[in-house]
Design a protein around this ligand. Structure first.
Ligand code: ACO
Length: 337
């Protein structure tokens, strides 16, 4: 079998979210906001906050272990690990290497991070797929893991109400079966709009100093209105382009799994695609925006709820800081079926 004929499918998914819930009522005591404002503007009721020992590599390792167990596999079966995160445990080494050690993965495999903010999981899926189609890697772990609570300014009501922590993982596998798994994809970026959602200090261009800390320049800052505008346009366009690429109509798609940023963004994208919200599963109300973890969290929940069935077409779409975006159309495949 020539490697060009290989398909790559998601064999299992797993998740991990911190126990600690932070409700809108609690946030209302921290900043000048209200449950009503947050729910109306974003759809979020509560989010999870990681505690000590719950870094992205820890949350990611638990999510990956659950995905492997569900696949009936062990860490020794993994040939490739990619972690998508915008909140790595440390600047280096990669969160993937830390996760590799925690999970006990083999040492003869590539482990690396992908940095594409909220589009990270879609980017990582596509990188994994292309590496696997070469035939060099049979099984991969793709993990989205975030601790956004560590980069949020808890005195800034315009951002702190939106984000949360968590991790999700997918086990990818190659198969000779045609027309299953990851079918079509696109990725894009626009660095000219980097400042719409960014962290100004803490990297090599502006290392953390007493001044940068005092000025809060190591925190995430966002122009919410502009991000909203770009997100709706780019997510809807990305869906349409991937559907056209694959010769599929939106009516044939069973589930749209979008990055969970804001319920109003999801509603606007659904409306532009002329698709009912019942085909846009959302867990925003319980987790908020968990960046690279949000798509695997939503995918796992839809699968666990019994929504996703063998043969379903699923369209994953994301948008995030960078700016970055990506979409993947996949046919859900359960080899035993
Ligand atoms: N509580 C109460 N009032 C607030 C809050 C709050 N938490 N935050 C802002 N306000 C106020 C503002 O100060 C403003 O008051 P003013 O009119 O007196 O100036 C008013 O509410 C309206 O603010 P807007 O910014 O106009 O509110 P908007 O309707 O645009 O909603 C929001 C803000 C929710 C941030 C929205 O713009 C949004 O969701 N944007 C997209 C954000 C997003 O998805 N980011 C993630 C992208 S993915 C990634 O890579 C991480």
């Amino acid at each position: 079998m020539s490697s060009a004929e290989l398909s790559v499918f998601i064999r299992a998914v797993g998740v991990r979210t911190p126990e600690r819930k932070l409700t809108n009522a609690e946030l209302s005591k921290m900043v000048d906001t209200s449950d009503e404002w947050i729910q109306t503007r974003s759809g979020i009721r509560e989010r999870r906050i990681a505690g000590p020992g719950e870094n992205p590599s820890d949350l990611g390792a638990h999510a990956a272990a659950q995905a492997l167990e569900r696949a009936g596999l062990t860490p020794a079966d993994v040939d490739l690990l990619i972690v998508a995160t915008m909140t790595p445990d440390v600047p280096f080494p990669s969160t993937a290497c830390l996760l590799q050690a925690k999970l006990g993965l083999r040492r003869d495999i590539p482990c690396f991070d992908v940095s594409a903010a909220c589009s990270g999981f879609v980017y990582a899926l596509q990188v994994a797929r292309d590496m696997m189609r070469s035939g060099a890697y049979r099984r991969a772990l793709v993990v989205g893991a975030e601790k956004l609570s560590s980069v949020v300014d808890w005195s800034d009501r315009t951002t702190c109400v939106l984000f949360g922590d968590g991790a999700g993982a997918a086990v990818l596998e190659t198969t000779a079966e045609r027309g299953v798994g990851l079918l079509g994809n696109l990725l894009g970026a626009d660095g000219n709009n980097a400042e719409l959602l960014h962290c100004a200090a803490g990297g090599s261009a502006a290392p953390a100093t007493a001044d940068s800390l005092r000025e809060g320049r190591h925190y995430l800052r966002m122009n919410g209105k502009e991000v909203f505008r770009h997100a709706v346009r780019v997510m809807a366009e990305s869906c349409e382009r991937v559907l056209a690429q694959c010769g599929v109509t939106s009516a044939e798609v069973a589930w749209f799994i979008p990055h969970q940023a804001n319920i109003r963004i999801l509603e606007a994208v659904a409306s532009q695609l002329n698709v009912g919200m019942e085909r846009f599963p959302s867990n925003l109300s319980r987790y908020g925006n968990t960046s690279a973890a949000s798509i695997p969290l939503a995918l796992e929940e839809a699968w666990k709820d019994g929504k996703i069935k063998h043969g379903d077409l699923i369209l994953i779409v994301a948008f995030g800081a960078g700016l970055t975006w990506g979409a993947t159309l996949l046919r859900w495949h359960e080899p035993s079926r």
